[in-house]
Design a protein. Structure first.
Length: 294
């Protein structure tokens, strides 16, 4: 794996040990990350005084041995074209991030990491382990965005915020916590602490009908948050949608949420990664920013 570093410091001055470090992986092949995720990442970092670390992932495609490549039309040229396209897209994405960060006075560091196509998603997860939070996008008609998101959420050991394909409207004033009393939900609440403490309002949401829940669990969490000085309350509603993930998100939007906080569920079964229903529903179609933690 080859790494090319470049650092560009912005004018924002904060104490180093108090500055959150956000990670933004930028795909270049087969699909390119959107300019929208860069804009949202810069906006989020600006709202919370964080440093942003953009990492453009370029691909190296192994050359096919001559005995095989001779059977294919212009294989060397196809490989060269793909690698050049990946490098050009990386330069474009880094330039866009640099310009947006400078305009927003957000401290930015950028780097380009070269990896092979099969290891692209694992590389994103490995790079994310160094930072406090990863910023990801999930676009329904771009399957690779979901694959990267799954790899980072379940392979980095760090929380991630998944953005839908729309612009971040503003500061995250109202947080909704999807609470079922599970270990993953508790981990997500802990990872969301910086956002919880800056929110004007926090709603603890429990959905009944999908699985058994302790009756007072959500109310107890809200009470603990209130004891910490948070404006928090508990909400219990029934599960009515065909998808638990969509139902949670729709209810959060009805409550006026700017961001949803939830645990990510998944396990390995015969080498295939199987996601929990709520996790799968959110990654299939995120409707609002979702902080997910595994």
């Amino acid at each position: 794996m080859e790494i090319d570093d470049c650092n560009r410091g912005g004018p924002r001055e904060m104490e180093q040990d108090m500055t959150a470090q956000y990670f933004l992986p930028l795909a270049t092949y087969p699909d390119s990350s959107s300019g929208l995720i860069i804009s949202n990442a810069v906006a989020l970092a600006g709202y919370y005084g964080a440093s942003l670390h953009a990492c453009a992932l370029t691909v190296a495609i192994p050359h096919i041995p001559n005995a095989w490549s001779s059977l294919l039309l212009d294989t060397p040229k196809m490989i060269e074209h793909a690698e050049t396209l990946s490098r050009d897209r990386a330069a474009t994405l880094v330039s866009a991030a640099t310009n947006l960060a400078a305009s927003a006075e957000v401290e930015l560091s950028c780097r380009t990491v070269k990896t092979t196509l099969p290891l692209l998603h694992d590389t994103a997860a490995t790079e994310a382990r160094f930072f406090d939070l990863a910023i990801l996008e999930c676009i329904a008609d771009v399957p690779d965005t979901r694959i990267v998101a799954e790899a980072v959420i379940f392979g980095s050991g760090r929380p991630a915020i998944i953005f839908p394909n729309k612009t971040l409207a503003g500061p995250i004033d109202h947080l909704v916590i999807a609470w079922d009393g599970s270990r993953a939900a508790a981990r997500a609440v802990s990872d969301a602490t910086p956002f919880i403490h800056k929110a004007k309002r926090v709603s603890v949401l429990s959905l009944t009908g999908e699985k058994p829940l302790p009756e007072t669990s959500g109310a107890h969490l809200a009470q603990i948050l209130v004891s910490s000085g948070i404006n928090a309350s508990a909400t219990v509603t029934g599960f009515t949608s065909s998808s638990i993930g969509q139902s949670i998100q729709q209810t959060a939007l009805e409550l006026g949420a700017d961001m949803l906080v939830m645990g990510g569920f998944g396990h390995s079964r015969l080498r295939d990664f199987v996601l929990g229903g709520a996790t799968d529903g959110v990654l299939e179609k995120p409707l609002l920013p979702v902080l997910m933690s595994h």
